[in-house]
Design a protein around this ligand. Sequence first.
Ligand SMILES: Cc1cc2nc3c(=O)[nH]c(=O)nc-3n(C[C@H](O)[C@H](O)[C@H](O)COP(=O)(O)OP(=O)(O)OC[C@H]3O[C@@H](n4cnc5c(N)ncnc54)[C@H](O)[C@@H]3O)c2cc1C
Ligand SMILES: NC(=O)c1ccc[n+]([C@@H]2O[C@H](COP(=O)([O-])OP(=O)(O)OC[C@H]3O[C@@H](n4cnc5c(N)ncnc54)[C@H](O)[C@@H]3O)[C@@H](O)[C@H]2O)c1
Length: 441
Amino acid sequence: MANYDYDVLYIGSGHGTFDGAIPLAARGKKVGVIESGLIGGTCPNRGCNAKITLDAPVALTRLTEKMQGIVNGDLAINWTANEKHKQEVIEGLPDMIGGLMKSVNIDIIKGHGTFQDAHTVVVDGDAKTAENIVISTGQHPHRLDIPGTELAHDSADFMNLTHLPANITIIGAGYISMEFATIANAAGAKVTVITHGDKILRKFYQPYVDQIVADLKSRGVDFISNAKVTSFEEDGSNFIVNYDGGQVKTNWILDATGRVPNVDDVGLDKVGVDYSEKGIKVNDHLKTNIDNIYASGDVIDKDQPKLTPTAIFESTYLMHTFAGDTTDPIDYPEIPSVVFTSPRIAKVGVSVEDAKKNGLNTKENHLPNDWYRQVTKEEIGDNTLVYDKQNHLVGATEISDQAEDAINALLPAIVFKFEPAQLERLVTLFPTIAADAWGQI
Ligand SMILES: Cc1cc2nc3c(=O)[nH]c(=O)nc-3n(C[C@H](O)[C@H](O)[C@H](O)COP(=O)(O)OP(=O)(O)OC[C@H]3O[C@@H](n4cnc5c(N)ncnc54)[C@H](O)[C@@H]3O)c2cc1C
Ligand SMILES: NC(=O)c1ccc[n+]([C@@H]2O[C@H](COP(=O)([O-])OP(=O)(O)OC[C@H]3O[C@@H](n4cnc5c(N)ncnc54)[C@H](O)[C@@H]3O)[C@@H](O)[C@H]2O)c1
């Protein structure tokens, strides 16, 4: 067998890599990780962790708003202090993740990796060879191809703002648009959202999305729908967003029109790896069309949501493959997703739409009728539970302040198809959101 530098070499150090690479190296495999940016990739440095830190005061102000009269006094978010706190929370993460890698003798190779051949990746002129290579290069923000596109900013720029612009215009109607519209509005910015269709958060249950949009509108967020943005212009120190039906003057533009897989500049054509604009094509073993080259995380062209838990599941699956634990194909469980608006919308499993199409039973609950949600005077809250013909819970979606935790609590029953007798043995703490999600309260 050829003498390679590594058993497994990963390009990229995000969740698509490190959750699997660390236990793999701990089991004695020689592992290398190439990273051109911050160790840990998007989620810790400019994604989930940063975003949820900025969101925490939003959730707090929403709670105190509802409790006015019981607690007195308005709260205001100090943006500059919030951004600084976010930075304090995340700035140690690359060293922490890098430290975990080094503790199991993973070589961290700083620089941009490109394939030279199927077993060789070159980083700044240095060739690194490996028996197996995992492409885990993630995605980057999509930018509108219009005049003045360079005047807009992306999600990372938003989270690094040390001062909040008075007026922000957001293009797009997905996760980033809705989460950042919520955060910016709560911190005092005038927010306008421009969408090219009339569907917001199109992958989430629309009656719940409508409630989020109505709430944001009541808080002063403007929505301009069915608008094709045609250009951005400078207007002194401000900007103009031109669209087919008019224009918006603004201090700051966020282009939130999606993310694009990092498939360029990796040398994929050189080694003949198949890919498209949706990402790298893999089989049910996460293997590309080249025998020893795999892919993991957001860069894969897949039906599963491009989220951190999916990337963790894939890197863990590849760890078991490379360690020799399994030759089975990957078997994805139901993967939950949540949009961290305030309130949140979360979901897992069979959607309400599919349930209705397929004649499955659905049970709708209006949560403000539930005493536990009355504790915090929750006003916006609904969930729909979906049951199969044998009465197993197979899907759930919820809009509420703690929808993410409610869905997490229901997850085991959905993934493992718990029987009623098993449910009886699940004794949850009381009173808690997990108990409430099960209808035990
Ligand atoms: C604003 C935002 C908020 C998000 N919030 C959530 C959330 O709340 N929950 C959730 O589950 N998901 C969230 N996500 C998605 C989540 O961040 C991604 O699904 C996850 O980070 C994917 O991990 P990955 O390892 O596939 O890619 P990444 O984390 O993007 O890692 C890829 C790494 O590869 C490196 N790289 C690329 N090309 C090369 C090369 N040629 N050589 C060397 N290195 C290279 C990059 O520098 C990067 O560090 C969010 C994303 C964004 C942008
Ligand atoms: N809570 C979370 O888990 C979370 C939060 C943020 C981001 N993410 C991840 O990051 C990804 C990227 O987020 P995102 O919000 O940028 O993408 P998205 O795919 O959720 O939304 C993109 C939006 O841009 C619109 N759009 C696309 N092209 C356009 C055009 N030419 N003009 C106008 N609008 C256009 C789409 O219709 C859509 O509304 C998500 O898909 C998700 O995988 C997850």
